[in-house]
Design a protein around this ligand. Structure first.
Ligand code: GRF
Length: 196
C-alpha cells in the first residue's frame, strides 16, 4: 500500500476526503501521518478519530527555520511517505524538504491556476478576487509544490461556472465540493505514475 502524509493548517475537509477515499478504495493508500502547522485545528481531530498519528510543527509559535527542517525531516524519515499532500497548509514548505521530496509533494489550490495564485491568494481572498474580476468560470487545481507559491506543474483541474454564486463564501463552498473529488483522484493517479 502506498503511504501518504498530509500537511494541514485548518479544518481539514480535504484531509477527510482523502481519508474517505482510502476507506472506500478509490485511493489505494493509507494516510500514515498528519503534520499540523499549529495546535487546535480540526484536521488533528479528524486523524485522532481515525487512529492516525500526528505531529504539531510549531506548538508554541517560536519555531526557527533550522528547527523546522530538522523536525519535518525527522517525521518524514519515520513515516516514509510516497507522497505528501498539502491540504490547506498555510506555511511555506522549506526548500530542503522540497528538494528531498521533489515531484512527490502535491497541493490543492481553490482557483484555476495560474489565475488567482501566489502569495496572498488563500482562503476567501481567492474567491473575492475571482468575483471582482468578473470571471465566468472558476474551480480548483492540484499541482506539484516548488519553492514558488502555486507555481509547480499542474496535475489536474476541475471547473465550474461562477454563476449562480453571488458571494465569495458561496463560491468557496461550491469549489470545495469539487476539491473533495479532485484531490483524492489526482493523488491516486500520481501514485500510479510514480510506481510506473
Ligand atoms: C481549500 O480550499 C484548499 O484549496 C486550500 O485550503 C483550503 C483547505 O480547506 N489550499 P480544508 O482545510 O481542506 O477544509
Amino acid at each position: 500500500m502506498s503511504r501518504i502524509v498530509v500537511f494541514a493548517s485548518g479544518s481539514g475537509s480535504n484531509l477527510q476526503a482523502i481519508l474517505d477515499a482510502t476507506d472506500s478504495g478509490v485511493l489505494k493508500a493509507n494516510v500514515v501521518g498528519l503534520i499540523a502547522s499549529r495546535p487546535g485545528i480540526g484536521a488533528l481531530e479528524r486523524v485522532a478519530r481515525a487512529g492516525i498519528p500526528s505531529q504539531i510543527l510549531d506548538p508554541d509559535g517560536i519555531l526557527t527555520p533550522g528547527k523546522e527542517v530538522e523536525r519535518l525531516g525527522r517525521w518524514l524519515d519515520e513515516w516514509k511517505p510516497d507522497v505528501i499532500a498539502l491540504a490547506g497548509y498555510l506555511r511555506k514548505v522549506p526548500a530542503g524538504i522540497i528538494d528531498r521530496w521533489q515531484g512527490r509533494i502535491l497541493n490543492i489550490h481553490p482557483s484555476l491556476l495560474p489565475k488567482f495564485g501566489g502569495k496572498g491568494f488563500y482562503g476567501l481572498r481567492v474567491h473575492e478576487a475571482v468575483l471582482a474580476a468578473g470571471e465566468q468560470t472558476s474551480g480548483c487545481t492540484v499541482h506539484l509544490v516548488t519553492q514558488e507559491y502555486d507555481e509547480g506543474a499542474i496535475l489536474a483541474q476541475a471547473v465550474l461556472d461562477v454563476a449562480p454564486s453571488t458571494n465569495a463564501r458561496d463560491l468557496a463552498s461550491r469549489v470545495l465540493q469539487l476539491e473533495h473529488n479532485l484531490y483524492p483522484a489526482t493523488i491516486a493517479t500520481h501514485l500510479e505514475r510514480l510506481k510506473a
